[in-house]
Design a protein around this ligand. Sequence first.
Ligand SMILES: NC(=O)c1ccc[n+]([C@@H]2O[C@H](COP(=O)([O-])OP(=O)(O)OC[C@H]3O[C@@H](n4cnc5c(N)ncnc54)[C@H](O)[C@@H]3O)[C@@H](O)[C@H]2O)c1
Length: 372
Amino acid sequence: MPEKPRLRVGLIGSGFMGKAHAFAFTTASRVFDLPFELELHTLADATAELAANAGRALGFAHSTSDWRQLVDDPQIDIVSITAPNALHKEMSLAAIAAGKHVYCEKPLAPTVADAREMTEAAEAKGVKTQVGFNYLCNPMIHLAWEMISGGELGDILGYRGIHCEDYMADPDSPFTFRHDPTGGGALADIGSHALATAEYLLGPISQVMGDCVTMIPKRPNGQVAVRRVEVDDIGRALIRFASGATGSVEGNWIATGRKMQHDFEIHGTKGALAFTQERFNELHFYSVGDPAGRRGFRRIEAAPDHPPYGSFCVAPGHQLGFNDLKAIEAAGFVDAIAGRTAEPFNFKAGQRIQTLVETIQESSRTGRWLVV
Ligand SMILES: NC(=O)c1ccc[n+]([C@@H]2O[C@H](COP(=O)([O-])OP(=O)(O)OC[C@H]3O[C@@H](n4cnc5c(N)ncnc54)[C@H](O)[C@@H]3O)[C@@H](O)[C@H]2O)c1
């Protein structure tokens, strides 16, 4: 069999998401029949020691403390950016200028203006882009979309979407890049996932009424200093979809007890769907077509009938994990680079989510409904 052409990956950052990207590329090339061999080429991190240790552990051939060296390396084809949000724009623009395809974590950039500049640069250069909205890669979310667009729920009446976690619930947890204005707050950090899922399932949101609040106004910063927090801990919005459906979304990082509540409920004239990310291999479906006295939410379990589950496992109910969603995302990006498919969630789509975030924040400041 002729050898496949190679795509060499450069990864910036090796924290939570850096590891997930490394696993994703490794798994994607084993699970899917990709048109390229993927090679983990260079890992860049903030110090030479961090980069060398992570590079060794994650299987990269080279490491560097200088991300610009990685971006300028003519050997590298894809640049994965998993550094803090404030660096996404500078790193992406440099990678795009060097002609690399870019896979950048969400939120794409601190502002819509930044996101637009990144989108336009990528389009002008003709490189492919991907933003890390991995929850959309869940086969059960795709199933929900299929059921909604196939009319199984009838006309959609209401939507409730949330992304709640409690990693900032402790007031003594330190100030991080996520609390910086460039971090964007809970709405940008995780509410962005809830917004992406809402639009994936029901189409464009046309109007919002936001309420963004800071509940823990100061956080420890280093040994003694305390730093003021200006970003939201909870970002909520009432929403209206262009389709006429109405609903709400919430991003909340102080939701005590909640670890990964990326959930939604959708109510239609013929049925309803309920989903929780904490049990993301299940989708719950209620049908008004069931006989009276037998109605109730039924649990549909992930199975090979829900592609690409079957590429991972031939047996139903054995379940995918978070890193598998990331592998599906990476595979979609690689297919787009090969021209097999459209980019699944490119910088323009990331810019759209940032537009929603900023419009909700602006609506909260002004106390008015705003058109998106
Ligand atoms: N898609 C998702 O589900 C998801 C989940 C978590 C985080 N994220 C996003 O991923 C990004 C990173 O978050 P994280 O939780 O992995 O953070 P993290 O703090 O765990 O990792 C950040 C990494 O970037 C490195 N870094 C910092 N400055 C650098 C520099 N100048 N050059 C090179 N490397 C540098 C750090 O040393 C660290 O390895 C954020 O944008 C975040 O919003 C996405």
